[in-house]
Design a protein around this ligand. Structure first.
Ligand code: KG4
Ligand code: ZN
Length: 312
């Protein structure tokens, strides 16, 4: 079964053709990063206008090597996301499905991120799976017993981890998007240079807004942003605090539910330091997976095509 999938929930206009939920035939992403770099974050109205410009060329590119006869269904991100951005993808997908006589499958964006770990896999993931899905807009720990069966174990009570990366990068004047910039700066830093708080200890829920505020207060007292080593130390200490909080809850879930597999997904799953920490703490207790390609970590349409196949 081949699905044409469309994703436009935030600042990437994306279209993909995916076969049987895992074989990615085409995956096209029109990124708005260069535009949002200027404002240091996504302006919803600007993002929506860019989606209008990009949606038709992006879908056309994804369909370049395919005919409509090959396509069995059209999938699209339903929610959550920026409303002005979502609506462009949803209307486009609905019109295409109607005009071409194909079923329309609406997919939750967070479920899409979870199914990014099915893309390009040689061996199919085995249930039960504990999934930590972390991006700019969401932060959830989920127990997945079968396709479509998700039990939410914990979530953020305020900022998502990716959002904290973006906000702290802005404080450190490292630019947008913050996650990759902090990860790069942290390579040369000492993760124990500053003791930032680890929010919500011993709870299933996450909180990152206190950590962000604590970085802000720290920088109000000591602001040597012109010293690369200082910036590296603050970045590494912040990244360590985020990783500690994420890994603590993930390991609580591993201990309680003894899953066959542990998955990391969402934009923050691109972080190699976090991946290595999880791998180390898991120590072979479960198979560890993260998206096979960096482009499947951040927003993309292939993951929407995967979720649409398995959950339909
Ligand atoms: O999944 P995504 O593209 O969009 C949302 O659904 O929110 O995630 C984007 C988020 C941003 O906050 C970005 O800073 C973060 O993922 N991110 C990272 C890394 N790459 C992207 N965070 C930490 N380390 C990274 N390497
Ligand atoms: Zn996302």
């Amino acid at each position: 079964m081949k699905i044409l999938a469309i994703e436009s929930s935030c600042d990437e206009t994306a279209a993909a053709v995916v076969e049987n939920g895992s074989k990615v035939l085409t995956n096209v992403i029109a990124s708005q990063i260069a535009i949002h770099k200027e404002t240091g974050g996504v302006m919803p109205e600007v993002a929506a206008r860019e989606h209008i410009k990009a949606i038709i060329p992006t879908v056309e590119k994804a369909m370049e090597d395919h005919t409509w006869d090959e396509i069995d269904a059209v999938a699209v991100t339903k929610e959550p996301g920026l409303i002005g951005s979502l609506v462009i993808g949803r209307i486009s997908a609905a019109v295409l499905a109607f005009a071409k006589g194909k079923p329309l499958i609406e997919v939750n964006h967070i479920h899409g991120h979870m199914y990014a770990n099915w893309l390009d896999t040689e061996t199919e993931p085995q249930f039960p799976i504990v999934i930590l899905t972390v991006s700019g807009g969401h932060n959830e720990l989920v127990l997945m017993r079968s396709h479509g069966d998700f039990e939410k174990l914990g979530e953020t009570l305020d900022d998502a981890a990716g959002e904290a990366f973006d906000k702290v990068a802005r404080l450190l004047k490292l630019g947008y998007p913050g996650g990759p910039a902090i990860e790069k700066a942290a390579i040369n830093g000492n993760p124990r240079a500053v003791e930032f708080p680890r929010g919500m200890k011993n709870s299933w829920d996450f909180s990152f807004s206190g950590l962000k505020t604590s970085v802000l207060y720290f920088l109000q007292k000591d602001n040597r942003l012109d010293e690369p080593q200082f910036v590296a130390d603050v970045a590494a200490s912040f990244q360590e605090a985020v990783a500690d909080a994420l890994v603590e809850k993930l390991m609580m879930a591993v201990k309680k539910y003894k899953p066959k597999e542990v998955h990391l997904s969402g934009g923050v799953s691109a972080n190699k330091y976090l991946r290595a920490r999880i791998e180390r703490e898991l120590d072979g207790q479960a198979v560890f997976r993260h998206p096979k390609k960096m482009s499947y970590c951040t927003d993309n349409a292939a993951m929407i095509g995967g979720a649409a196949y398995f959950m339909n």
